[in-house]
Ligand binder design. Structure first.
Ligand SMILES: [Ca+2]
Ligand SMILES: [Ca+2]
Ligand SMILES: [Zn+2]
Length: 285
């Protein structure tokens, strides 16, 4: 009797796995990030100013190609145009920056669930597409992979890495949309930069999502292949909640006055930045 029940269980498991494998409506959705924090811990202690000025930098572990860099720049630009009427995010190759972007392999993107002392148990990051690391205690070498950085999972360049053979989609022209296969680097970069800006997001990873959130938002936590997401009003609402000045404003007069107030804010922040010791990464405050 016991054996029969066990066989039935095995059979049902088999049916479940095969059906979900073959009949998933839009292929297998893969989380593009994880929630690093239990919900009772404040996620982003940074206080976003109305108009942040942040320097971003490409850091090579696996080299960035020019095409990939163009995608990241476009992702950051799309946030920039909705925050104030000035340029807020500036690329640097200097020694001081606020957020860096790099490819990483299984030094970061691996299964940490059996690593002792790491969040008991740690997270399984193996299949994550990208991560923004904040105030966490990562189990990896933080000299090589510091926190306050955005990492992208280079393992997806290997077509054998994903069980469904999905790799990164590296768009020749990230400003135009077209059908594609694989996971959209532009969308993942936008999502991770949203975390850098202080948005927690990742709705849908641990259901149920808050009311009003839907899977077509950049800050949704799960991304299916062949999917590109654009900033939506609910993404912008998250910026507003954090205190960012979101543009455009409804009237020209308001745009002009808000533009001026943003510029004043930038100047103030830039001055403060000069006081930051060289070789120490400035934090966005
Ligand atoms: Ca801007
Ligand atoms: Ca394109
Ligand atoms: Zn996320």
């Amino acid at each position: 009797m016991k054996n029969k029940a066990f066989s039935m269980l095995l059979l049902s498991l088999f049916v479940f796995t095969t059906t979900s494998y073959f009949y998933e409506p839009h292929a297998i959705a893969v989380p593009i990030n994880i929630d690093f924090f239990p919900s009772d811990v404040p996620l982003y202690p940074l206080t976003p100013p109305e108009s942040p000025t942040a320097l971003f930098k490409f850091v090579d572990n696996r080299s960035w190609t020019e095409k990939e860099k163009a995608i990241i720049r476009e992702a950051i630009r799309e946030w920039d145009v909705v925050i104030c009427n000035v340029q807020n995010f500036i690329e640097t190759t200097g020694d001081e920056w606020d957020v860096s972007l790099r490819w990483a392999g299984n030094e970061i993107f691996k299964d940490w669930t059996s690593t002792p002392g790491y969040n008991n148990p740690g997270w399984n990051l193996e299949k994550s597409l990208g991560i923004w690391t904040d105030n966490i205690t990562p189990p990896w070498d933080t000299n090589q992979y510091p926190v306050k950085e955005i990492y992208f999972n280079a393992q997806y360049f290997d077509p054998n890495f994903d069980p469904n053979g999905k790799t990164w989609y590296i768009d020749d022209d990230p400003t135009t949309d077209e059908p594609f296969t694989g996971y959209d680097l532009l969308t993942v970069a936008k999502h991770e930069f949203g975390h850098f800006l202080g948005i927690r997001g990742d709705w849908g990873q641990y259901p149920p999502p808050p009311p009003g959130k839907s899977s077509d938002e950049v800050m949704w936590g799960v991304l299916a292949p062949r999917t590109r997401l654009h900033l939506r009003e609910s993404d912008l609402d998250e910026l507003r909640k954090l205190g960012y000045h979101v543009v455009p404003e409804p009237s020209t007069l308001m745009m002009i006055s808000s533009g001026l107030s943003c510029m004043a804010s930038v100047v103030r922040l830039c001055r403060r930045r000069q006081g930051v010791k060289r070789n120490i990464k400035a934090q966005l405050r």
